[in-house]
Design a protein around this ligand. Sequence first.
Ligand code: EPZ
Length: 430
Amino acid sequence: MLEKLVIKGGNRLMGEVSISGAKNAAVAIIPAVILCDEPCTIENIPNISDVSLIGRILQEMGAVVKRVNKSTLYIDPTKIYTSTAVSESVRGMRASYYLLGALLGRFHKAYVALPGGCNFGTRPIDQHLKGFAALGADHRLVERAIIDAQSPNRLMGAHIYLDVVSVGATINLMLAAVKAEGTTIIENAAKEPHIVDLANFLNTMGANIRGAGTDVIKIRGVDHLHGTTYSIIPDQIEAGTYMVAAAATRGRVIIKNITPKHLDSISAKLREMGVEIDEYDEALIVDATKKPLCRCNIKTMPHPGFPTDCQPQFAALLTTVNGTSIVNENVWDNRYQYVSELIRMGAHISVEGRLAIIEGGTELVAAPVKATDLRAGAAMIIAALCANGTTEISNIGYIERGYEEVVDKFRALGADIKKVYYSEDTSIRA
Ligand code: EPZ
């Protein structure tokens, strides 16, 4: 059976939504437990397929992974018996490459299949491998797209300068360096909230990491990491998605359980468009009911710039606003596959290299569309909420990789949305 989202457009989103734990923190913190000498309990874990997958991978390696409740995992890594991870689960997601850093940190060797994940063009890992080599772990690519990395002894601290600001490389090198001999310095490090969250998690286990959240991270190697209980930060991108959806439907939504500071760049852009945003300690109110919205341009940048993971969602919003808006995707080579799906709904967008030029203001019209990747799927939901008629979105497995209870959360805000199952013969049964 296949699944579709069926969304009847035209309802303003009104009410409140509670944000889950951050996917991109969870998929880094869970493999980080491999480095620990005792069991850990991780709280505020989002119940999404990427988290289930990384948990399954650890189980395949011998770890005990138990869901204590909907948002808490108990992980005992002491029973892990292998530094090999080459299953289909590993090939199915991007974050599985964090196993390289964690396994090198624990076993001084790692035999891991190259990752999968959303297709935005080439997604190299040269900076990860350059850093591992600096730490003393040579690598080679062997049959079936597997990275074989190993060091004859314990990794040695090094001074690493990343050629590009990379979230994955920063995280992977932190994992590899946390138990290395001596001090590691990572220059030109990424500064995303989930990098700070990982560093905080590792430090609660006894690691010695300073500077996470700045572009220079200093890691003094330690011999042991003890167990801990840790609660993951709220998901900046999930929150941004609901903020943008509220603005697109001209609604008024209270976004709860968040860190407003993590959303500054998104709030700034929405305010520039005329959306009212009030900030509280752990919540925001997004109010787009009071006046017409105006066009704007966005340029994605590493944190604290505008997050690339909210680019497709924002583009969908910009199709609903009169005027010409320009989106500049500055992080990924090719993150516009969703544009062809928006055009099927009547959007006027042209893509020229890293730029998408949006002629907004024409009403979107419902159509059968598909999610081309995780955040593109969120963009299609936003477009469908604004479209005239009933839109069907297929390939929604992408969306469920990163959005917990997405149908329930949007329905609670007043969206006319449901998930239906269908077989290839296209008959739909609710
Ligand atoms: C992480 O991907 C996120 N994924 C992505 O979110 C996010 O888009 C991205 O960071 C940027 O914020 C996870 O955290 C699981 P990068 P990652 O390494 O680590 C180039 C989502 O929607 N680069 O920061 O793979 C790369 O090509 C997902 O949740 C190299 O050249 O991204 C890109 O142009 C989608 N060499 C840029 O750096 C390398 O060795 C940023 O990539 C590594 C990266």
